[in-house]
Design a binder for this molecule. Structure first.
Ligand code: SF4
Length: 553
């Protein structure tokens, strides 16, 4: 799919690797392209769009500026309905906003991984810079489109006109099946009405979504925002008439759609377990191609392997598909999952029992051959934390705590119950503070977690493993999943002596304010910091939201 485009910059020739032709499309604010397009050039008067009367209070705010102000601005701008839906789909509490990356990264990544799909962001330049940086850091090799704004285009409604124009220019059916436009925090709070974009241009579907940090708590759930929006669109298309078949043709057997991103070998392993039931593994949602959405909807059942895809599940339920929660992890998880799939798909009891008799001894054997000895705390924001904890426990580890940034949903209820029955403390919507407190309380032999949790553990001379990079990048399900964690976990636990040695070596070099090299004894300035924090907090409380918003516009 990759095209190479040579560009000359002075006398230096550079090559930009691009995935598709999106970069060559002039955006609505492209000054060179602006002439003759009806766009306002700098200094020209911009007309106020009757369709967009945004709230100027949001301009200049961001995730640094206070969620309450953003939310108040969004409600004022007529976004209450979408915020209410997000509040139901992605419930907060006990902790309101898990500390993770900008949520929009989740939906951006889903769009960037789809074939023949263009993605366009609308938001503050700093947010778009961060999001495009992270997506390219993770190897997107795709163009991230951007429609910038300033106070004037935001206030007059010209931003919406710019987005509409950009979408019209991008919608080339030769190149794209879909164009996805995402409102980030400020355009969402300002009420930029993506719902008024045309639903389709020249056969290219236009999907507009709002992914504000003050409405969608985690990047995991933002994947669901986009997946749900695409499934809804595809479901409507399928209801209206014939749709494109999957690339390899329709499946000869009833399929089980796999909901949640997973290690590439996992769908293969799941397919092997479904085969004796007379079933086949269907597409993985989020899909890699638009036409897979139809195949995903055309299933016998949906396996909600990741439990937080609430909007997507709603679409499957609208299509009349049964949903099966939990996942085939370890012995007990696989046994329960095969039962549930058999029941959902109307498979004869005998057949299910035979399948269990075939796979469960293999899983038991794999777990026994790869034991894990030690106490492990676990936390993450991927949505698979409870499943990994189950696998660790069945491998022999002692797991006193598992924290997930994702919310409690019915689709992880069986995992939560199984874990709690074995004395594990399960914390939904876990905060960083909770995760770190667990490490301090349980003093594990290994802390699996997010970057700051692992950093804290290592400071305490406790070995740590990053959940996203090292645990999520392994098979989890069925026979391949059983025993797949032992090598990396045992190797990390075995490193304890090295951590002790390092701690001893660096003992006395200082910590926090006293870290580093000093000519004299470092002064303790923590009092000053405390006073400044107290002063800032007092000022924040004294200011009403409106004044805070105005002060940053
Ligand atoms: S879009 Fe993301 S980075 Fe930007 S203000 Fe919102 S949460 Fe923060």
């Amino acid at each position: 799919m990759a095209d190479a485009e040579d560009r000359k910059g002075g006398d230096r020739k550079t090559t930009e690797v691009v995935y598709d032709g999106a970069a060559a499309t002039p955006m609505a604010n492209d000054l060179a392209a602006a002439s003759g397009t009806g766009m306002a050039a700098p200094g020209e008067n911009m007309t106020k769009s009757p369709s967009n009367v945004p709230s100027p209070e949001a301009d200049g705010l961001g995730c640094h500026g206070g969620q309450a102000e953003m939310r108040a601005a969004a409600e004022k701008a007529g976004q209450s309905e979408i915020l209410e839906r997000y509040a139901v789909d992605y419930p907060k509490g006990p902790h309101d906003q898990p500390q993770s990356m900008c949520p929009a990264f989740g939906s951006l990544r889903v769009g960037l991984r789809m074939r023949r799909t263009a993605t366009v962001l609308s938001g503050s330049a700093c947010c778009v810079y961060g999001l495009s940086f992270v997506s390219h850091f993770y190897g997107a090799r795709r163009t991230v489109g951007y429609v910038p704004f300033d106070s004037e285009t935001l206030v007059t409604g010209k931003l919406f006109e710019d987005i509409r124009e950009a979408v019209h220019k991008l919608a080339d059916p030769e190149k794209y099946d879909a164009v996805i436009v995402t409102n980030l925090c400020v355009p969402t709070a300002s009420g930029v009405p993506l719902r008024l974009l045309p639903k389709e241009i020249n056969g290219v579907r236009i999907i507009g979504i709002d992914v504000p940090g003050f409405g969608v708590p985690t990047h995991a759930e933002a994947k669901d925002v986009l997946s749900g929006a695409m499934l809804r669109y595809a479901r409507t298309e399928a209801e209206l008439g014939p749709v494109q078949a999957p690339r390899g043709g329709p499946s000869q057997k009833p399929t089980v759609t796999l909901l949640g991103e997973m290690f590439p070998a996992d769908p293969v392993g799941l397919g092997m377990m479904l085969e004796p039931l007379g079933l086949a593994a269907g597409p993985v949602v989020p899909t890699r191609e638009w036409r897979e959405l139809y195949a995903a909807l055309d299933c016998a059942a949906v396996a909600a392997l990741h439990p937080f895809y609430t909007a997507s599940i709603r679409e499957f339920q609208e299509a009349g598909r049964p949903i099966v929660g939990s996942a085939p992890v370890g012995h007990d998880g696989t046994a329960a999952w095969l039962d549930a799939i058999g029941e959902a798909c109307g498979i004869a009891r005998d057949c299910v029992d035979q399948t269990k008799n075939r796979f469960l001894p293999m899983i038991k054997g794999a777990l026994a051959n790869a034991p894990i000895k030690g106490r492990v705390t676990l936390s993450g924001y991927e949505g698979s934390e409870l499943l990994v904890a189950r696998l660790l426990l069945e491998s022999g580890a002692n797991v006193p705590y598992v924290g997930t940034a994702c919310p409690k949903t019915p689709y992880s209820a069986a995992d939560c119950e199984w874990l709690e029955a074995r004395g594990v403390h399960v914390e939904y919507r876990a905060s960083l503070e909770k995760d770190i407190a667990a490490v301090e309380e349980f003093r594990p032999d290994l802390a699996i977690g997010t970057t700051p949790v692992v950093q804290k553990a290592k400071e305490m001379a406790i070995p740590g493993l990053y959940f996203t990079n090292l645990i999520s990048a392994r098979p989890l399900f069925g026979v391949a999943g059983a025993g797949s964690l032992a090598q990396v976990v045992n190797a990390a636990i075995g490193n304890k002596a090295r951590f002790d040695e390092m701690r001893e070596f660096f003992d006395g070099v200082g910590h926090g304010d006293t870290a580093g090299l000093w000519e004299g004894v470092p002064a303790d300035h923590s009092d000053f910091r405390r006073k400044e924090l107290a002063r800032a907090e007092k000022a924040r409380k004294a200011a009403d939201p409106k004044r805070v918003a105005e002060s940053v516009v």
